[in-house]
Every structure is written in structure tokens, then in C-alpha cells.
Design a binder for this molecule. Structure first.
Ligand code: DAH
Length: 345
């Protein structure tokens, strides 16, 4: 028994020096004490065994206490550390190299830059709007059948007419505000020239080419004597700069309530030089955007006299441009937050 007392002392001293306190439970002295039990005469075994067990339990308690106090020392509780603890744990920062700009944002910066060099200012859209801006000012009166083409998400809140507020389904929702904001340009003899690259929403069945949330870039240009040739030239210049090569463009008649005439604008496939490839579905052409001459009613809704001023407008899906440029096969990657996708850009 005395030997157990001695060993206890030795172990207590060693315990103080141990970095990993639980190592004390693996001490060879303890193991040897247990080994001795079966060798003892039967009548001594009980008491000896009990004393060894008591020693082990004491050691276990010491380990537990030491671990608990180490844990509380690393906590930066205000009660413990007030007024402040110079040993408080420091927050860990991930290296900055782990963040990258989203591919859509990188391309929007390029789009803004190209149009900026053509004299267009850039404006933001909004993520909730009223039906007055989304439809009425764009020559879709209440009950107009074309409203169904821009099916989006509605909120339970309503605007002053009692109509639900909506998530805008196109960046055209900003046209009226932009025309108002820059109408003083016209009086000074300067054009209104603005783009709106921003987020839009649609109630879509999702697949590789359809997302509920995507980006468009809207363009508006108003001045005296604006004609459709200027519209085509502006878009052609933009697309040639964006894809870095000469392109052919094709303009077909189309219908939008807010332009007259309206066009569907296609460009010769920048990837196969019109020979036909997977990106243009073997047709050599890519239907890219809608555009047209701004309808007189849209100008009137912004108090601009359509007998004096004319203009053009266009709306182009940004995701589509970026998918084609980078050979991205599924539009849903953009909103997926998948790092293995994002880190490629
Ligand atoms: N807002 C249209 C859409 O989302 C695109 C568009 C077409 C915009 C013609 C325009 C335009 O400004 O003139 O499908």
C-alpha cells in the first residue's frame, strides 16, 4: 500500500509536466500495479485492487479538471476578460485568394465599359417594382394580353392602384424612370443614352436554358432624328467589341408593345463563322435580343414629345452572352454557388 502512495506521488509530479494530461492514464506504473493484482495471495488481492482503482479514479479526476480549466481559459467571455483580454482568441481569416468575382459580374463590368465608351451611362434596376413601371408606362394597359408573356413573381403587398407589387421580369421596367431622370439632356441638345444591366425574374420551368433569376442589359437612346440604322450600328459595335471580332447581324420583324417597329436581332455565330456548330444549333445565327424604335406612347408617358424626339431601345440577356462566350452548358450554374464552377473564372 505504501508503494501505491509512492507511485501516486511520482505520477502527480509527472502530471504537472505533461502537455497532454490524459497521457498520465497510460503510465506504465499504473499498468504494472494492475498486473500485480493476480499475483498476490488471495486474501490481499481485494484491498490492493481497490487501492489501485482509487488511484486510477483520482488520476481521471485530475485529467478532467485540467481539461475543463484549459477550455475555459480559451473562451473570450466578456465576464472573464473585461475590460479586454490581450490573450483573446483571434478570428481566423480565409486567404483573400479564395474569393473571385462572379463571372456574370465580370462580364457586366465589361458591358458597362463598352457602352460607357459609346457615351451610355449605367443605371441600376430594382428587385421589386409596381405594375405601372413594369407594364403601363411601356404601353401595356391593364388587361393587355402581352402582359402574360412576362410572367413573374408577385408579392402580397400592393401598389397605389391595388395591384400586387412584382419582381420585375425585364429591365425595361426602368425605361420610364430613366427618360424622366435625363429629360433635361434633351433640352440641352444632348441625347438620353443609358444602359441598365441588372437582375430580372420570371416564373419559368427551369432547365439548362431557363432560370427564374437572370440578368438583362437594357439600352435606351433618345434624341432628335434617331433611326433604326443607328440602333443596328450601336448593337453591332457593342457585340463586335464584346466578342472581339467582326460579325454580321440580322434583323427580323417582331412584336413588343413598347417599340414600333420591333425587331429580333441575331448575329452571325462568333464561334463557327456561320459554318454551323453546337452553340448556334447548326444554323450559323444566334438570336440574341429584342429591340426596336421606342413607341410614341412610351415617350409620352415620360412627358417627351414624340413629334420632336425619337429613340431606340434594346434588351439583351446577359447570362446568354456569357454562356456563349465561355462555353457554359447550363444556365443554372450561375446561381448554384458551386465553388468548382465559380473558381474557373
Ligand atoms: N424587355 C424585353 C424582354 O424582356 C426585351 C426588350 C425588347 C427590351 C425590346 C427593349 C426592347 O428595350 O426595345 O423580352
Amino acid at each position: 500500500m505504501e508503494r501505491i502512495e509512492q507511485i501516486k506521488k511520482v505520477l502527480a509530479e509527472r502530471f504537472a509536466t505533461l502537455e497532454l494530461k490524459s497521457d498520465i492514464l497510460k503510465a506504465k506504473e499504473l499498468r504494472e500495479l494492475y498486473g500485480e493484482i493476480p499475483k498476490l495471495p488471495v486474501e490481499e488481492r481485494g484491498a490492493f485492487g481497490q487501492a489501485v482503482n482509487v488511484l486510477r479514479i483520482e488520476l481521471e479526476t485530475m485529467v478532467r479538471d485540467a481539461e475543463a480549466s484549459a477550455e475555459s481559459a480559451s473562451l473570450s467571455s466578456v465576464d472573464v476578460t473585461a475590460p479586454f483580454d490581450i490573450n483573446a482568441t483571434q478570428p481566423k481569416l480565409l486567404p483573400t485568394s479564395q474569393g473571385t468575382t462572379h463571372p456574370l459580374m465580370q462580364e457586366i463590368e465589361r458591358i458597362v465599359d463598352i457602352f460607357g465608351r459609346m457615351g451610355f451611362v449605367s443605371e441600376e434596376s430594382r428587385e421589386i417594382d409596381d405594375q405601372y413601371h413594369m407594364f403601363e408606362t411601356l404601353n401595356f394597359p391593364k388587361g393587355h394580353p402581352a402582359r402574360d408573356e412576362w410572367d413573374t413573381f408577385m408579392t402580397v403587398q400592393t401598389d397605389k392602384d391595388g395591384d400586387p407589387l412584382i419582381a420585375p421580369a425585364h429591365t425595361s421596367t426602368m425605361q420610364n424612370r430613366i427618360l424622366h431622370k435625363y429629360s433635361a439632356n434633351l433640352e440641352k441638345g444632348e441625347p438620353i443614352a443609358a444602359i441598365v444591366p441588372d437582375r430580372t425574374f420570371r416564373n419559368e420551368d427551369l432547365d439548362a436554358r431557363h432560370e427564374h433569376t437572370f440578368y438583362q442589359v437594357e439600352g435606351i437612346y433618345v434624341s432628335k432624328n434617331v433611326n433604326a440604322g443607328m440602333l443596328v450600328a450601336t448593337l453591332k459595335k457593342f457585340l463586335e467589341e464584346y466578342y472581339g471580332k467582326a460579325l454580321e447581324v440580322r434583323v427580323n420583324p417582331f412584336y413588343f408593345p413598347f417599340t414600333e417597329p420591333s425587331f429580333e436581332f441575331a448575329l452571325s455565330c462568333p464561334f463557327c463563322e456561320k459554318k454551323g456548330c453546337g452553340i448556334c444549333s447548326q444554323s450559323g445565327w444566334i438570336e440574341l435580343l429584342g429591340c426596336g424604335m421606342i413607341h410614341p406612347n412610351v415617350l409620352k408617358a415620360a412627358d417627351i414629345d414624340p413629334n420632336v424626339y425619337t429613340g431606340f431601345a434594346f434588351g439583351c440577356g446577359v447570362d446568354r452572352l456569357v454562356m456563349m462566350k465561355n462555353d457554359i452548358e447550363d444556365i443554372r450554374h450561375f446561381q448554384s454557388a458551386k465553388l468548382d464552377f465559380l473558381r474557373q473564372f
